[in-house]
Design a protein around this ligand. Structure first.
Ligand code: N7H
Length: 442
């Protein structure tokens, strides 16, 4: 079995707190930092078993991950053998079809960020207290480069991302770790997520075992603009009001209704009870019951281009799912709620979005593959379905999306603008706790 007390907690189960701070730093004094890493950070690093232990309530959970330049700053010369990690995200922005890097947060440009500390708690006060404690211990050994304060949305929107859709429903289950996966979860070999475990066939230094690569992206969401697009392009059908047609379009773009109910199981109207039931809300394959392949011409129940279908095609590629393109997502929204002025003017004036976190043992098979080879590739899935209308990127150019209208599947819709704007990010390695103790802090 996996050594869950050695795997950082955010990777397999997520820290799942309402507030999360991403603190990006550089290492100014390597030997000073190593000493503090061991004496002050290591005891706070939250393991998977700690997160799973319901008898102890953690006030603030902490994880830490390093970029390639961060490992180099620590004097680690071993090659982790992930070329995207080695080069960093900025050098590979073109692979993701971002419209250049003009929208990138300046601090993400280049390779200056050495690491990120993830702090999660119920209140921002707790986060600030934890951060103040770390900063006074670490002194000048590190410097803050950039921070992103993220938070679950308030009230009934908790657990929903800024467009309004329930998130965090479908993550893969790691074989041998989660004993009873929910119906519809992909069961993947541990090595698809954790380095050095069964299923990861890349040669790595021994200390990298049970770490995972963290793909971080700050993805701005243009919520009023998205809502205006849905209103302007409402699906028309007898018996559908404008609002219902607009909701249906949004649901088909995502593949789920705002409640989380999958459109494949509830094609025409939302079903909040289905959305809330985690034994049912992931229990579909895009194939008819008993079939191991999806119908490759019928998009009545769910467009081939829907975000959750592009990023996890289930029976479109045949069951059981044997592809190695699963990631564990642990993102959280950032930024304030849409104001009445923004809503009435259909214009974003304050930044909000998703602090996207994806874990995998191989970035080229995981995050980058999903973004580049599936979401951004109009040919992907059944010969040509257009872009993923949510995250698909075309270097800022218009994006053609097929199959959104259930009554006219040959119709295509051209999205003139993006509703998600990449503000950049970085690739990190989230090491095992023993690697922090025995390799990175010595
Ligand atoms: Fe996506 N959204 O609100 O539309 N995503 N996503 N994502 N996403 C998912 O099933 C969203 C992004 C995946 O297993 C849901 O848990 C938004 C990136 C994958 O069936 C919703 C952003 C990448 C899945 C959203 C964003 C992915 C998934 C349904 C950015 C990878 C699971 C909730 C702002 C490159 C598929 C759920 C499965 C689900 C949204 C980003 C991938 C609602 C707003 C960058 C693999």
């Amino acid at each position: 079995g996996l050594n869950l007390s050695d795997v950082q907690g955010d990777i397999l189960v997520g820290m799942k707190k309402n507030k999360e701070l991403f603190f990006f730093f550089d290492i100014a004094d390597a030997s000073g930092f190593k000493a503090k890493l061991k004496s002050d950070i290591l005891p706070l690093v939250t393991s998977t078993s700690q997160l799973l232990d319901t008898s102890t309530q953690l006030v603030t959970a902490l994880n830490i991950a390093f970029s390639q330049t961060g490992l180099a700053a620590l004097g680690i010369t071993d090659n982790l053998n992930d070329f995207l990690f080695t080069q960093g995200q900025f050098a590979n922005a073109a692979n993701l079809s971002d419209p250049g890097t003009g929208n990138w947060v300046p601090q993400f440009k280049g390779t200056n960020i050495h690491g990120v500390i993830l702090l999660a708690s119920d209140t921002v006060d707790n986060l600030n207290a934890a951060l103040a404690g770390l900063q006074s211990a670490l002194g000048n050994s590190i410097q803050e480069i950039y921070s992103l304060q993220a938070a679950a949305r308030p009230g009934a929107e908790q657990g929903h991302e800024h467009f309004g859709f329930m998130d965090g429903i479908s993550n893969p289950s790691v074989d041998g770790f989660q004993l009873s996966p929910h119906p519809g979860q992909a069961v993947v070999p541990p090595g698809e997520i954790l380095v050095g475990e069964m299923g990861d066939n890349v040669t790595r230094p021994a200390w990298a075992k049970d770490g995972s690569f963290l793909a971080f992206r700050q993805l701005q969401q243009l919520v009023p603009e998205f809502n205006k697009f849905l209103a302007d392009n409402a699906i028309k059908a007898p018996g559908l009001t404008e609002q219902q047609g607009s909701d249906l379009l949004g649901a088909r773009m995502v593949g789920r209704w705002k409640s989380g109910a999958p459109v494949f199981l509830s094609p025409l109207v939302d079903n909040p009870a289905l959305g809330a039931d985690n034994n049912q809300n992931n229990n579909f394959t895009f194939a008819e019951p008993g079939q191991t392949r999806s119908n490759a011409t019928d998009q009545t129940k769910c467009p081939f281009s829907a975000h959750i279908r592009k990023t996890r095609p289930r029976a479109d590629l045949g069951l059981p799912e044997t592809n190695n393109h699963h990631i564990v997502r642990g993102g959280i929204p950032y930024g304030p709620e849409v104001t009445p002025d923004e809503a009435s003017s259909n214009t974003t004036t304050t930044e909000r979005g998703l602090a996207f976190v994806g874990y995998q043992s191989n970035i080229n098979n995981g995050f980058q593959f999903l973004q580049k080879t599936w979401a951004n590739n109009p040919k992907f899935l059944h010969g040509g379905v257009g872009f993923d209308p949510i995250i698909g990127a075309n270097q800022g150019n218009p994006r053609v999306v097929n199959g959104l209208d259930p009554n006219d599947q040959s119709a295509s819709l051209t999205l003139m603008t993006d509703f998600i704007v990449s503000r950049g990010g970085e690739y990190f390695f989230s090491p095992s706790i023993s690697a922090i103790a025995n390799t990175l802090s010595v």
